[in-house]
Design a protein around this ligand. Sequence first.
Ligand SMILES: NC(=O)c1ccc[n+]([C@@H]2O[C@H](COP(=O)([O-])OP(=O)(O)OC[C@H]3O[C@@H](n4cnc5c(N)ncnc54)[C@H](O)[C@@H]3O)[C@@H](O)[C@H]2O)c1
Length: 251
Amino acid sequence: MQDKVVLITGIGSGMGRAAALRFASEGALVVGCDLFQDTAEETARLVREAGYELHYQAPVDLSDAQGAKAWIDWAITIHGRADVLYNNASSPRFGDVHELSVDDWDFTINNELNLVFYTVKAIWPHFMEHGGVVLNIASIAGTRGVEFMSQNAHGTAKGGVISLTQQLAAEGGKYGIRAVSISPGFIVTPSTAWLVDSGPQPLLDNLARIPLGRPGQPEDIVNAALFLASEEAQWITGVNLVVDGGGTVLG
Ligand SMILES: NC(=O)c1ccc[n+]([C@@H]2O[C@H](COP(=O)([O-])OP(=O)(O)OC[C@H]3O[C@@H](n4cnc5c(N)ncnc54)[C@H](O)[C@@H]3O)[C@@H](O)[C@H]2O)c1
């Protein structure tokens, strides 16, 4: 990752913060954004404390196409180029089909799927000239239904991220653009930590059955992201790498 310019969305929390710290420590020039200034600044402080640099803008709302483009345009100017776009940010809303409002459905599609298209569309002309890697964080929710979470909108959005990634791989290959997605299983982050203690019993049962014996940590995802973003993955595109401790292989 030495001197690679890596644009990471949602650096203020969980896996985005872990990614900013780790990519910076691997020599990448990280440029980030988040909806929230205070949490983004805390990540920047942690990166600085570790001896590296992080440029970021916040508040940036990527569910607004113009906001997403403005951030990408700004991010490319910082180091004069971009090598990796790491789409991590998302905000879902949950509810059973008969209860979820159309507003909540639209919010989820905007904040989990459309925002990915917006950043990709904005960076695509740059990547068409220079090549690049699009790394999208999807989810195991994108390829299955579960009884313990009302993930209809969330799963639909993440399924869209997986298939968008495949199409980006098909369209991008001739320009030297790779596109990959990672589908995390349950990862302990500020958004999910409470579920480990007081989630619904079927979810706890599900976590207890994970073959590798524990829920994931942000670093489990970032390790996979580092490989997929690197030159070592130069012949890998269009894949959706499931990183879930083996949970989804169970019947
Ligand atoms: N935590 C899990 O168990 C899990 C499992 C599968 C997939 N994922 C996916 O991994 C990614 C990271 O998850 P996390 O648990 O670290 O999330 P998180 O909620 O802890 O962090 C998400 C970050 O994205 C930012 N963000 C959200 N919407 C934004 C927007 N419209 N514009 C700009 N920034 C925005 C938030 O402010 C936050 O800092 C997400 O895409 C999530 O769907 C998480």
